[in-house]
Design a protein around this ligand. Structure first.
Ligand code: ADP
Ligand code: F6P
Length: 467
């Protein structure tokens, strides 16, 4: 088997007992890498006065990890800047929050070149190189320029935006052209793939070849859909750990016979947290019978706290939570438990199990793994109900959930009401196909499908170079 060199901005190998390892990419990649020999390379999360290109290597929970520090200016311009003030909001359809600053793009290109210089000595000719996410789109081009000739794949963990949005980005074509250095470019859903193809055909003058490959900028690539899954059997097993059981019992003891609605997210404006709070408030306002017999637990781990819109969101959510609890709480009932800390994965699994409703309503999300974790944690004999935004990539796979428009508080409150009053037969009817797809379309299937497609795409490239 060829080695796999995985490259992503953030490298975290989560263990059941780890707390602060939020982020779908980290969860998925650690599970994938345990199966292959190989290396996971990325940023250490630390900044130094001057970039050195030194690598520190260690073993973490069965995975070889190679890390490099970044310069302070790199962190500002590349991570806080181009990645999280430019690409993240734009790709999540928030061009009102998108900052177009030339220094950010310069920092982005610089860090991608530095990553390429640093990781290049780790790459052997037979290795498969798999680059992840929006931080590192130009890395493939940089690696090719440094003589990497083997299979080179890219996977985007966030949405690909509509063509009309992407054209607002200065140097949009250069960003798309960079993707044509890979053999294979993967997306979570058909929707994101279609948007990418539309840009290539209509903005960049590309064509679709008879075998389905895309040709543009004088190069040919394969672009395809690979919906990511969770490490489902591991998640189910985790429910049996003493810590998971303790976490579940702790929550259950506090229920006092009430039902719980749960949301778990990074504290990010793409997750629709404000809208979710308002919808829950609307439920309390319009369905008096649910007052006192329900509460909502929202766990929102702080994320990207150096970036303005994240700070603003945190302040808004604090105020909203105060308004809801101020308006409806009683001496023995708090309607909204709003928690800003991270929990261990086994504890989270236990809390999902204790919740009658999973309330997952991003305004836009590449996939959303929390929706899959909620399902994996349910008791098949008495499952809870998933209320899921139609704008999460996961909604395309999880059709048996109650699918809602997260921009409509009425629709979301209706769905909560329906979920809270749904009979066991319907809950089971909805749960069974959802659980089946979570268990079968898991992270191993995602990884194997991508790696096999990468092997094929690279072979086709080599054949066409020879011809
Ligand atoms: P994103 O990648 O945008 O953060 P996903 O839903 O795809 O969103 O993945 C989030 C991952 O991070 C999930 O595995 C989830 O369990 C984990 N996570 C989110 N919030 C927390 C938290 N407070 N504590 C621990 N893990 C968390
Ligand atoms: O899954 C999307 C993603 O942006 C990952 O690339 C990232 O690691 C994760 O969310 C968490 O964000 P951050 O690395 O900025 O903390």
């Amino acid at each position: 088997m060829n080695r796999l060199i995985v490259i992503s901005n953030r490298v975290t190998v989560p263990k059941a007992r780890d707390k602060a390892q939020a982020g779908g990419l980290a969860m998925a990649l650690a599970a994938a890498l345990r199966e292959y020999r190989g290396v996971w390379f990325g940023w250490s999360g630390k900044s130094v006065p001057q970039f050195t290109g030194q690598i520190s290597m260690h073993q973490s929970n069965g995975v070889t990890v190679a890390l490099t520090d970044l310069e302070e200016a790199d962190v500002q311009e590349y991570y806080n800047g181009y990645a999280n003030k430019t690409l993240w909001p734009l790709f999540h359809y928030r061009n009102d929050l998108t900052a177009y600053d030339r220094s950010f793009n310069l920092g982005y290109q610089r860090v991608n070149a530095r990553f390429a210089d640093t990781v290049r000595p780790l790459i052997d000719p037979d290795d498969f190189v798999w680059v992840h996410d929006y931080h590192l789109i130009p890395l493939g081009r940089e690696l090719r320029q440094r003589g990497v000739k083997g299979p080179l794949g890219f996977f985007l963990h966030i949405p690909w935006p509509a063509r009309q949005l992407l054209v607002t980005l200065p140097r949009d074509r250069a960003l798309v052209e960079a993707l044509f250095s890979y053999d294979l470019v993967g997306f979570h859903t058909e929707e994101w793939l279609d948007a990418f193809v539309a840009y290539v055909l209509r903005e960049a003058g590309g064509t679709v070849l008879p075998d389905g490959r895309l040709s543009c900028f004088g190069r040919t690539i394969r672009a395809a859909v690979f919906p990511i899954g969770i490490d489902a059997s591991n998640f189910v097993d985790m429910l049996q750990t003493p810590d998971s059981i303790r976490a579940r019992e702790r929550v259950e003891r506090s229920l006092n016979g009430r039902r719980m609605i749960i949301g778990v997210d990074r504290l990010d404006y793409s997750k629709g947290l404000e809208e979710r709070f308002v919808a829950y408030e609307h439920l309390l306002a319009t369905r008096v019978r649910h007052r006192r017999d329900v509460f909502m637990l929202q766990i929102a781990t702080p994320s990207r706290g150096d970036v303005g819109p994240y700070q603003n969101l945190r302040a808004k959510l604090d105020a909203l939570a105060g308004r809801i609890n101020g308006g409806y709480a009683d001496v023995d009932w708090v309607p909204l438990r709003y928690v800003n800390r991270a929990y261990r994965r086994d504890e989270l699994a236990g809390m999902f199990r204790a919740a009658q409703v999973g309330f997952i309503t991003p305004l836009r999300d590449g996939m959303n793994l929390v929706a899959k974790e909620y399902i994996a944690a349910q008791d098949p004999e008495d499952p809870g109900v998933l209320v899921l935004s139609r704008f999460a990539g996961a909604a395309l796979q999880m059709k048996e959930a109650l699918i809602v428009n997260p921009f409509s508080r009425e629709e979301m409150a209706d769905a909560l009401d329906r979920a809270l009053t749904m009979d066991l037969a319907e809950r089971k009817r909805r749960f069974e196909p959802l659980m089946h797809s979570v268990m079968t379309e898991d992270v191993a299937a995602w990884r194997d499908n991508f790696v096999n497609a990468l092997r094929e795409a690279a072979e086709v490239r080599v054949q066409s170079e020879v011809a």
